[in-house]
Write a protein that binds this ligand. Structure first.
Ligand SMILES: NC(=O)C1=CN([C@@H]2O[C@H](COP(=O)(O)OP(=O)(O)OC[C@H]3O[C@@H](n4cnc5c(N)ncnc54)[C@H](OP(=O)(O)O)[C@@H]3O)[C@@H](O)[C@H]2O)C=CC1
Ligand SMILES: CCCCCC(=O)/C=C/[C@H]1[C@H](O)CC(=O)[C@@H]1CCCCCCC(=O)O
Length: 331
């Protein structure tokens, strides 16, 4: 898509304020750029996700449109396959409006009930929920009766990990960065939860929460926490390396303790994964997540920031731990 089609993007926000962008007459722009087979969409909810930090640091230069996904509504259609008013998930970055030929859009599941916020397609019933699903069932190969550990547990991925582990018949231990997050974890069914920022010793807290150790460790954080947790794994334990948020802001790579000795002694398996590589599990995963949400077995919380111009604040806030559940922006 050519740059003139960008109606608003965070890369340009220094120069063009959102309020001004909204005044650009849409009919002029789409008369010029909007062709047969194309759709004009408006973002309704945008996602802020941790991956935006490492990927933008590595791949982007100043002035680029910030990467990201949105739930968007079709406002004009010159494509008979897409009706005006349809909601889709798109991967078009931080934009209020965009044009698509429809090939890069994912429709919300047909069974999506009116009662459910469409923003869940960016969270519990979207990419983060699928990450929990794939990480637990395919990477950790979690079995009933096992003990599962998850960090960043009150966030978008972690809160689903804990609840799926309970649905799967496991004991679940989680940690998070505030007492109110810990209370939330207990509320949604975690067996044990602690505040990793205030415990006197992470080692002690992990031992106390599960004296026999952990079969599965769903690691969202990496760094120091992961280095300590690896020593609490049971024989043949499995570690899903999902994220390393404690390292995303580092300009100098951290030097950690080395992991070979506990891996060998306990014959551990450790596997990194990117959920988009598991797209063949997408349909089954979304269906299962939606079903559990509708049955009340999978609870969700969203941290909703109002207005597009607050995207940077929502993103920085999420990296600082201000979100409970999935951080989204409502345009
Ligand atoms: N591999 C994959 O395909 C995917 C990986 N991920 C990864 O999963 C992880 C969680 O993502 P997501 O659920 O969307 O985000 P969250 O909703 O969990 O938000 C991020 C949370 O991380 C915690 N955090 C921030 N900095 C630190 C730190 N230094 N140490 C410990 N915790 C920290 C904060 O919670 P707190 O208050 O508890 O500190 C914050 O709320 C990320 O690492 C992300 O990159 C996500 C999606 C897909
Ligand atoms: C060291 C980096 C670890 C990042 C882990 C993470 O959070 C991965 C998230 C991916 C998720 O599985 C699905 C995605 O789309 C995330 C990667 C996004 C890549 C952005 C590519 C740029 C673009 O959209 O143009």
């Amino acid at each position: 898509m050519n740059e003139p089609r960008v109606l608003a993007s965070h890369g340009h926000l220094h120069h063009l304020h959102h309020a001004v962008l909204n005044l650009i007459p849409l009919f002029i722009l789409h008369k010029i750029y909007f062709s047969l087979g194309e759709l004009l969409l408006e973002s309704v909810f945008l996602s802020v996700d941790p991956y935006m930090r490492p990927y933008s640091k590595r791949d982007m230069k100043e002035g680029d449109v910030m990467i990201g996904t949105q739930v968007a509504r079709i406002v004009e259609s010159k494509n008979p396959a897409f009706a005006v008013g349809t909601f889709v998930v798109a991967n078009r970055g931080w934009r209020t409006h965009f044009i698509s030929d429809g090939k890069d859009l994912n429709l919300l599941p047909a069974s999506w009930p009116e009662s459910l916020p469409k923003s869940l397609a960016l969270g519990t019933v979207g990419m983060p929920g699928l990450t929990a699903y794939v990480g637990l069932f395919e990477i950790c190969k979690m079995k009933p009766g096992e003990t599962v550990l998850v960090n960043a547990a009150a966030g978008a991925v972690g809160s689903v990990v804990g609840q799926l582990a309970k649905i799967g018949g496991c004991k679940v231990v989680g940690c998070a960065g505030s007492d109110s997050k810990v209370a939330y974890l207990k509320n949604i069914g975690f067996d044990e939860a602690f505040n990793y920022k205030t415990v006197a010793s992470l080692d002690e807290a992990l031992r106390k929460a599960s004296p026999d150790g952990y079969d599965c460790f769903f690691d969202n954080v990496g760094g120091e926490f992961a280095s300590i947790a690896i020593n609490h794994m049971k024989k043949f334990g499995r570690i899903a390396v999902c994220g390393a948020i404690s390292q995303y802001n580092d300009s100098v790579p951290q030097k950690g303790p080395y992991i070979q000795i506990p891996m060998i002694f306990n014959e551990l398996s450790m596997k990194g994964f990117i959920v988009s590589s598991w797209h063949n599990h997408r349909e089954e995963g979304v269906k299962a997540l939606l079903k559990w949400v509708l049955e009340g077995k999978l609870k969700y919380h969203e941290q909703v920031t109002e207005r597009f111009e607050n995207m940077p604040a929502a993103f920085i806030g999420m990296l600082k731990g201000e979100n409970l559940g999935k951080a989204v922006v409502k345009v």
